[in-house]
Design a protein around this ligand. Structure first.
Ligand SMILES: NC(=O)c1ccc[n+]([C@@H]2O[C@H](COP(=O)([O-])OP(=O)(O)OC[C@H]3O[C@@H](n4cnc5c(N)ncnc54)[C@H](OP(=O)(O)O)[C@@H]3O)[C@@H](O)[C@H]2O)c1
Length: 246
């Protein structure tokens, strides 16, 4: 089956920024599929969004399970024959932000685990789904990075993130930013746009209650980059429409 409607896949879509992104994207008329490690949680959230009149489905998806990449490919291939929007939203932080492990003590297994989800899994999933994104008229790939991935701001003493030196999380997002720039370069002669998003510091399980932004605002950057017009940017790093320094 195929569809003229735009279809999107959002990883880590069962809660937090991913779930709200599903809601706001579906409100623009996009058909959204959320990936959820826990199938029941994903289906329950998708059902709630359908109750709001939105077209949202859920599939079981764990970004650390390679077999799941092909499963997602097959799902979209069979149902739609394409994928218009991929939002690489799933992410973890294992070291905390208030008093993170120091770079001299952070265990390498924590670095590896963080990179497996935030970088390697995201890269491999995108590689797997790219043939389907190429079949969409104007593909959009959004990588949920963070301002904490900015090398420039980490090296600037008066920047707001100067004291947030969580090596595993921050460097996984810096690596993800490189993926954005490199993939955008590879796809520069196509209609596919690839951008990194900083959602803001948002009140989610990861962001904690100390965060100043509410979840509805935290989803706005992802939705904006997922729905960029044909003359929009690619290979950029944005928060609420404003570029961030790499
Ligand atoms: N909140 C902030 O202030 C903030 C700031 C900058 C960037 N970000 C980024 O924004 C994205 C969303 O963050 P959030 O605040 O919404 O985080 P969150 O509330 O902790 O939600 C994270 C989501 O990712 C999923 N996830 C984790 N590991 C996964 C795996 N192995 N496979 C598939 N899904 C997995 C979680 O699923 P489960 O429910 O199964 O755990 C959950 O749905 C992340 O990439 C984060 O780094 C957040």
């Amino acid at each position: 089956m195929s569809t003229d409607k735009k279809v999107a896949f959002i990883t880590g879509g069962n809660r937090g920024i991913g779930l709200e992104t599903a809601r706001q994207l579906a409100q623009t008329g996009v058909e959204v599929v959320i990936g959820s490690r826990d199938r029941k949680k994903g289906e329950a959230e998708a059902a709630k969004l359908r109750g709001e009149g939105l077209r949202v489905d859920a599939i079981e998806f764990d970004i650390t399970r390679q077999a799941d990449y092909k499963k997602v490919y097959d799902y979209f291939d069979k149902k739609y024959g394409k994928l218009d929007i991929l939002i690489n939203n799933a992410g973890i932080s294992k070291e905390g932000f208030a008093n993170p492990l120091t770079p001299s003590t952070v265990p390498v297994p924590v670095l590896r685990e963080t990179f497996d989800t935030n970088f390697f899994g995201t890269v491999e999933l995108t590689q797997t789904l790219l043939p389907l994104i190429r079949k969409a008229p104007e593909g959009r790939i959004v990588n949920l990075s963070s301002i904490l991935g900015s090398l420039t701001l980490h090296a600037t003493p008066d920047s707001p993130i100067y004291n947030f030196k969580a090596l595993a999380y921050n460097s996984s997002k810096t690596a993800l930013n490189q993926f954005t720039v490199h993939l955008a370069y590879e796809l520069r002669n196509t209609k596919i746009k690839v951008n990194s998003a900083h959602p803001g510091w948002v009140k989610t399980e990861m962001g904690t209650d100390a965060a100043p932004m509410e979840i509805p605002d935290g989803a706005k950057t992802s939705v904006q980059l997922a729905t960029l017009p044909a003359d929009g940017p690619t290979g950029g790093y944005f928060h609420m429409g404003q570029p961030l320094p790499w």
